[in-house]
Design a protein around this ligand. Structure first.
Ligand SMILES: C[S@@+](CC[C@H](N)C(=O)[O-])C[C@H]1O[C@@H](n2cnc3c(N)ncnc32)[C@H](O)[C@@H]1O
Length: 485
């Protein structure tokens, strides 16, 4: 891996992202400009004074060379952008292309069990979601988190827009989301009963019936009395579990007036309320005076701490490619994660140093505070991209062969997700007659595809007059040749 903990890069993030090794980061949080068609400037007199960024996208932000890259390597994204060009305005198209090219790199540098959070609002959210579905795969969409940032907002003719959306995608099923809890407000209202024998508070509202359907027993004995599960149900515990639980706590069960067995839930065992996908408890206004830098669009540190806790473990690597006043970096440091931030504005470095000192207990840059691995690491400031490691594993893609009875020959192409690509073809064919003949994954997909097309002379990727077995054999031998290099 060619990036180090506690680094701020000051440059356009595309230059940096393109040079970070593949599969080396655990979580990426992006809070880019939202395409609000205005500029943001920090007020004079604030810590962030002098910071500003443009949130206006135009035709010039969509570089022509990306179009070819989309066309050759990310056909679905290419088609999506082309479709947008039919009806969306130039600024929206440019925004999607600008973010799309960066999302591709983010996806590449994430570890297989990593994940990404894209912070946006309803200006572009619907397009961004499609783009992320394409790059990450629809099956890897985890949540749309709705963050209520304020209580009221005057938006003219519209209803007040008081929420942002944070789109959460995993790179694969290997990513595990963690359960995070917040304190329950007024817990005594919820745990309203007191156990006379012990004085412990428990809830009768939240006490769980012991019944459910399934293949567990129909009968249980408790306190010498026999209980029969209601018609069509069975008990959640078997007799052995019940006896063991009673041994641990003789008061854990009680009988309702209706003669049903119930399990108590106690206040002193309550972890709090599990975080769901609606976050109403972190208003921007509640940022403390010391936390507020004046940096435009600064996010609350608690918001970032929550995102980091949901998705990473201690020592994991967090990357923020649009880091602004480095909120994600400060949150990561507080939670003992490693971090890298990128921002085009030099203000990020200045602010991260100051914020770490002020907001992370015991942090003092001059003392060269030990990092999570115990190494004596100062914050590093870089203006040049890292150098890709020789052994950086390149992402693999499929080389596939498909056929259709109405076409002569076989089509050879490359795709990240063959199933998705085949579906794409089927929808353009009224007979749904495309058939996947062969596919294999390789990191040399680009080289092999172009050599195959030259070797067999392809017309729009269709190879004619060659037996399928011969094409497969050639693909395999080309992959072998590159592997041995
Ligand atoms: C919405 S702000 C991020 C705020 C940040 N989450 C925080 O809490 O401070 C977006 C940031 O993206 C930066 N930015 C915009 N385009 C960029 C690019 N191409 N490369 C790197 N940074 C960029 C801007 O300078 C700005 O600081």
């Amino acid at each position: 891996m060619n990036i180090n903990n506690r680094t701020i890069y000051c440059k356009d993030n595309l230059d940096i992202l393109r040079n970070i090794d593949s599969e080396c980061v655990d979580m990426i949080y992006l809070d880019p400009p939202f395409n609000k068609k205005k500029s943001f400037t920090a007020p004079i007199g604030t810590t962030a004074k002098g910071a500003s960024f443009k949130d206006i996208f135009g035709k010039e932000d969509f570089k022509e060379e990306w179009r070819e890259e989309f066309r050759v390597e990310h056909k679905e994204l290419f088609n999506f952008i082309e479709t947008m060009e039919f009806y969306a305005n130039e600024s929206d198209v440019a925004y999607i292309a600008y973010m799309g090219i960066r999302i591709i790199e983010c996806h590449r540098i994430l570890k297989d069990d990593g994940c990404l959070f894209y912070h946006c609002d309803d200006t572009m959210q619907h397009y961004i979601k499609i783009m992320l579905d394409i790059v990450f795969g629809r099956e890897n969409f985890r949540n749309e988190i709705n963050w209520k940032r304020t209580s009221s907002h005057n938006d003219g003719l519209k209803l007040g827009r008081i929420t942002d959306a944070i789109l959460y995608f995993a790179k694969s099923n290997d990513h595990l989301s963690k359960k995070v809890y917040t304190e329950r407000p007024n817990p005594k209202d919820y745990y309203e009963s007191i156990e006379p024998e012990t004085g412990r508070r428990y809830s009768r509202k939240n006490s769980h019936a012991l019944e459910r359907s399934g293949d567990s027993p129909k009968e249980l004995t408790f306190n010498g009395k026999k209980y029969i599960a209601p018609e069509g149900k069975r008990f959640r515990w078997n007799q052995k579990t019940l006896d063991a639980e009673i041994e641990k706590n003789p008061f854990v069960l009680y009988e309702t007036k209706g003669g049903k067995l119930r399990q108590k839930y106690y206040l002193d065992e309550d972890p709090g309320i599990m975080i769901q996908d609606l976050w109403e408890d972190i208003p921007s206004m509640n940022m403390s005076k010391s936390e507020r830098t004046g940096y435009p669009t600064q996010k609350p540190i608690v918001l970032l701490e929550r995102i980091i806790k949901i998705s990473t473990n201690e020592k994991d690597f967090v990357l923020d490619p649009f880091c602004g006043c480095a909120t994600a970096a400060v949150a990561a440091e507080k939670l003992k994660r490693q971090w890298v931030g990128i921002d085009i504005s030099i203000k990020a470095l200045e602010l991260v140093k100051q914020r770490l000192k002020e907001e992370v207990e015991g942090f003092n840059e001059d003392d060269r505070q030990y990092d999570v691995f115990g190494s004596n690491k100062p914050i590093s400031f870089q203006t040049e991209p890292p150098t890709l490691s020789k052994h950086s594993s390149k992402p693999k893609k499929h080389i596939y062969i498909i056929s259709n009875p109405n076409h002569i020959g076989f089509k050879v192409g490359i795709a990240k997700n063959v199933k998705q690509r085949l579906n794409g073809y089927q929808t353009s064919d009224p007979n749904r007659a495309f058939k996947l003949e062969f596919s294999t994954k390789t990191e040399f997909y680009r080289e092999v595809e172009s050599e195959i097309h030259k070797y067999f002379k392809a017309d729009h990727e269709w190879i004619k007059g060659v037996n399928l077995k011969i094409i497969i054999k050639k693909i395999k031998s080309l992959i072998k040749k590159h592997d041995q290099k």
